[in-house]
Design a binder for this molecule. Structure first.
Ligand code: HEC
Ligand code: HEC
Length: 372
């Protein structure tokens, strides 16, 4: 069998020092090898999660009392009506701050191998991700003990908790409960999934042409593969810096603070988002980000770690020109019709809108010391 991937992709990845990853990600085949080429896959059938935890997690996800100033819930930045992101290029962050990256969708959290744009957290541990969102100064700025005591003073939550366990509301478990909720949100009914399971008419002829380009001439599948279209690995595609990261000092500060807390050497001199380097400290990782998932793009514009592209047409045009500075990707030479077909195909990976209505925030009943 022959390696079916365009040579320029292997070259590009080689150029950023990822020879090993290429072998794994691209399934580069030597003569007679049994490994199959990487491809997209339909969403897997998964066991439903713990219903009592999901119900509790849903309430907590929408409750502003989980943030330090009582002003932000998870849904402020991951709004179901905006594809579970916030619809902005760069996230607003906790009041009085501005963040330096885009707020991604939480859909398909269960299927992520790694979390966050720089891939810094393990995708199998949603509880830790939730803890960071709640306790980080630039997102919800909440102390987990204060959160626990606040939630205990909501009788309706206490009652709901008791449907799950006998003990008191506990901070660590709150993180896991919200994790269980976001792990229940996933793409359903996407035309691509029906197509992949054998319904040849589920996607248009144009989208089929786009799929062929995705796996062939355009080479997207080398990095975007599996059920959500991400290999969970880090690459430099050279997306240009969002000008507001430096123009707005509040964004520059959150960026530098993120680097400082990551222990990045010489962080004060950083003037661009270095991506995974802040975590790994390997110079080869400067400017690398995790392969984004391709599910539900219909609802999640703008795109990339800094929302630099407002439309999928712009994303495809970016790849067609060979990505950005230092990417090592080469121009694809796609015609206007081919680029349109690729976009039509990408949209078949989106499912029905996943809308969860925000439950009302139940009343608190302030406890008096010594009386209860
Ligand atoms: C102030 C805005 C804000 C709030 C509030 C917030 N997030 Fe986020 N969230 C972000 C941003 C920004 C990122 C990306 C950060 C990065 O990659 O550096 C993110 C990333 C994530 C991701 C990773 C998705 C992926 O595919 O990598 C998940 C899951 C998530 N948030 C869930 C939550 C949950 C659950 C809550 C509530 C406990 C929450 N977020 C609260 C802004 C927010
Ligand atoms: C070398 C690996 C690689 C190749 C090849 C590649 N991508 Fe990507 N893709 C990435 C990475 C990494 C990101 C995240 C980049 C960032 O945020 O700065 C990304 C992001 C995206 C996004 C943004 C999704 C979002 O939610 O923001 C889309 C859409 C996308 N790629 C489509 C494609 C298409 C279409 C092709 C083929 C023309 C392609 N990619 C080829 C690695 C790759």
């Amino acid at each position: 069998m022959k390696n079916t991937y365009p040579r320029r992709i292997s070259q590009a990845l080689g150029a950023v020092g990822l020879a090993t990853a290429v072998t794994l990600a691209c399934g580069v085949q030597s003569a007679g090898a049994q490994t199959s080429a990487p491809d997209l896959a339909p969403m897997p059938e998964v066991k439903p999660g713990n219903a009592a935890m999901i119900e509790l997690g849903k309430h907590f996800f929408f409750d502003r009392r989980l943030s330090g100033d009582w002003g932000r819930s998870c849904a402020s930045c991951h709004d179901p009506e905006k594809g579970w992101g916030d619809g902005q290029a760069l996230s607003t962050g906790y009041p009085s701050m501005e963040y330096f990256r885009n707020a991604p969708t939480v859909l398909n959290a269960k299927h992520r191998q790694r979390f966050l744009w720089d891939g810094r957290l393990d995708g199998s541990d949603a509880g830790t991700l939730v803890r960071d969102m709640i306790t980080e100064t630039h997102t919800m700025n909440m102390d987990s003990r204060l959160m626990q005591e606040r939630l205990k003073q909501v009788p309706a939550y206490d009652a709901l908790w008791k449907t799950w366990r006998k003990d008191d509301i506990n901070g660590m478990r709150v993180f896991n409960v919200i994790g269980e909720f976001i792990r229940s949100l996933e793409t359903t009914n996407a035309p691509f999934d029906k197509f992949a399971k054998g319904d040849a008419d589920a996607i248009s002829a144009e989208a089929k042409e786009g799929y062929a380009l995705f796996k062939g001439k355009a080479g997207c599948v080398a990095c975007h593969n599996g059920p959500i279209g991400s290999d969970g690995k880090l690459y430099k595609t050279g997306v240009p810096e969002h000008p507001d990261v430096l123009a707005n000092p509040l964004r520059t500060i959150t960026m530098l603070r993120h680097y400082a807390t990551s222990g990045m050497p010489n962080y004060m001199n950083a003037r661009t988002d270095v991506g995974a380097y802040a975590i790994t400290k390997k110079p080869a990782d400067i400017g690398k980000f995790q392969t984004a998932q391709l599910r539900d793009l219909k609802y999640t514009a703008p795109y990339m770690h800094n929302g630099m592209f407002a439309t999928l047409d712009e994303v495809v045009a970016f790849y067609n020109q060979g990505g950005g500075e230092g990417s090592g990707l080469e121009p694809l030479g796609l015609s206007a019709t081919e680029q349109k077909a690729l976009v039509a195909f990408l949209l078949t990976l989106s499912g029905d809108p996943v809308i969860v209505k925000a439950p009302a925030e139940p009343e608190m009943q302030v406890r008096t010391f010594g009386k209860n």
